[in-house]
Write a protein that binds this ligand. Structure first.
Ligand code: LLP
Length: 423
């Protein structure tokens, strides 16, 4: 867990500030991120990989707030994006277009054209159909699109079924055996320059063996392609490095570096990775207030103002998030379900968790919420999106204000025939 969220004098702090003080100003629930935590995660990875000259492209999907992207970009990160929206966020954060890689199983013509117009560094292409449409768009614009082929190495990442991507039955990438055919087709296209391959096998991977297998497959295919006369000068090794939510062993970065060194570093290719969760996951928490406590069958229900629409990971992936009181309380631990007010049994942050009792008005921090938290939130049950706060030592900034009810309502429109306010 990130050391930037620590208890001092009985109260949880983020860097130099008490989280309770921020809560008093912005209200609950809210997301709170630590700049120092983001920077130290980036530095740890960059240092471990420095000798191998691996470029880090932050996978913006984990947390696409431009302030988060800008914090990491200031440390040297590029951006890995998967949509026209993320591209705009990365540009808004000041990431140079050349340091942006566009991934994803399908991109619209509008997205491709917009990205070409801005001169992004690379398109990771995942199908022959996409290669064709990118060629068409690029030719029409008289541009040449720098392309990397995303291969599917058929490796099991050993992670949750919903976040594994490198098996043959997954929709991602092109079967690695079809790579020669892909590069042959690309070579015949005026709008395409394909000299790169990428691989991404899944997320929250804590065992490094699947990375090694995937990178070995990538190495063999690189050598084989070169023998067939294709130039490959860049390998994108994907994201997926797991983090500690509970009692996981975080992969050792020097072991990860050793794997890269042993598999692909002698190929004389430019190397890059696309970590998301590793950089932001433990750099953020969700702060929520206890609305009431209800005694249930063999357990207490602690009902909070935050809910599954704010953080869906527990119910979507059975994900564990540690929950800590902002202010320490005494009392024996008991079995508790921490749940939100939404009308669904899947609306919970924790089930049958042995934890200290909480009272109405208490503030709780749901830890490890910096990745795939705010970005996956919705307004389900007509709950306005919650604010996000970025702390930098003793100062903080609301990097996304709370959506007001007026803003939420303004997005909808009544047709004339139902609008009673119109004559
Ligand atoms: N590159 C590609 C092509 C990806 O698809 C992903 C994540 C990443 C990089 C970054 O992976 P990371 O380093 O963050 O593991 N919502 C899920 C995670 C979905 C990951 C999707 N792809 C969750 O909350 O666990």
């Amino acid at each position: 867990m990130s050391s930037e969220f620590t208890e001092r004098d009985g109260h949880m702090h983020v860097e130099a500030l008490a989280l309770g003080d921020i809560a008093a100003e912005v209200g609950t629930p809210f997301y709170c991120y630590s700049s120092a935590a983001l920077r130290s995660r980036y530095a740890a990875l960059a240092t471990a990989l420095a000798a191998l000259k691996v470029d880090i492209f932050y996978a913006v999907k984990a947390n696409s707030n431009p302030a988060i992207i800008a914090t990491l970009a200031a440390e040297g990160a590029g951006a890995d994006i998967v949509s026209g929206g993320e591209l705009r966020q990365a540009l808004a954060a000041g990431v140079p277009a050349q340091k942006i890689v566009f991934a994803g199983v399908a991109k619209t013509e509008e997205e491709l054209a917009f990205a070409l117009e801005h001169g992004i560094g690379q398109f990771n292409v995942e199908s022959f159909a996409e290669l064709n449409s990118l060629n068409q768009v690029a030719t029409k614009m008289q541009r040449v699109a720098p392309v990397g082929l995303r291969v599917n190495p058929d490796v099991d990442a050993g992670t949750h079924a919903k976040i594994t991507t490198g098996r043959k039955e997954n929709k991602f990438g092109i079967d690695i055996a079809a790579a020669p055919e892909f590069f042959k087709a690309a070579a015949a296209m005026d709008g395409i320059s394909a000299r790169s391959m990428s691989v991404h096998i899944g997320s929250q991977i804590t065992n490094l063996v699947p990375f090694e297998l995937a990178y070995r497959n990538l190495r063999e295919m690189t050598l084989s392609l070169r023998q067939q006369g294709f130039s490959i000068d860049h390998l994108d090794l994907g994201g997926g490095l797991g983090i500690v939510y509970d009692a996981e062993n975080e992969p050792d970065l020097s072991d990860y570096a050793r794997i890269i060194k042993a598999t692909v570093s002698d190929l004389d290719c430019r190397l890059s990775i696309e970590p998301g969760r590793f950089l932001t996951g433990n750099a953020g928490v969700l702060v929520t207030k206890v609305l009431l406590v209800k005694e249930g069958e063999g357990r207490d229900f602690v009902i909070t103002d935050g809910a599954m629409n704010d953080l869906i990971r527990p119910t979507l992936y059975e994900a564990f998030h540690d929950i800590r009181p902002l202010t320490q309380r005494s009392g024996d631990a008991r079995l508790i379900d921490v749940v939100g007010p939404i009308c669904e049994s899947g609306d919970y942050f924790a089930k049958s968790r042995l934890m200290q009792p909480a009272k109405a008005g208490d503030l709780l921090a749901v830890m490890g919420a910096g990745a795939y938290g705010a970005v996956m939130s919705s307004t389900y049950n007509s709950r306005p999106l919650i604010p996000e706060v970025l702390v930098d030592y003793a100062r903080f900034h609301i990097i996304r204000p709370r959506m007001s009810y007026a803003e939420m309502l303004a997005r909808d429109s009544l047709p004339d025939w139902l609008d009673k306010t119109k004559p």
